[in-house]
Design a protein around this ligand. Sequence first.
Ligand code: FES
Ligand code: FES
Length: 151
Amino acid sequence: MSTGKYLRVNGTEYQIPGQWLGRRLLDYLRHELRLVSVKEGCGEGDCGACTVFVDAEPMCACLLLCGVVAGRNIITVEGLPQDFRQRFAQLCEKHGGLQCGYCTPGFTMMSAWLSGGGTETGKDPLDKLLAGNICRCSVYQQLKKVVAELT
Ligand code: FES
Ligand code: FES
């Protein structure tokens, strides 16, 4: 049944099936669109593993319902420029910023946001990066070096 509600994800417009309107964006992206870079960690907005851009602002997909973000532009790691993703991967290798990789998509999104000039007033950008993203392998210092070289 047509709901008339759409999401633009990585440049492609999708009609949101009615049964998804009240469900989490995280699940829609992973299970319906197969964008598996979007990870579930805490499911409560604390770990940053599910970070996506919503109209160019980083947000936690685990906290958003599809119906609430209908009509907005969503970007996941899959939708970031290829050259940025390659550069991020190279720097992770150079600085040892990658272990199990579960947190990597969230850090990739935040790094893309910071390198694009995104920041919060009064906050050091690197503090912002580390405040909202948890790495259970604790490669924080290495990731700081990655972001410092990107920005
Ligand atoms: S899974 Fe969304 S912030 Fe942790
Ligand atoms: S590299 Fe394992 S959680 Fe960050």
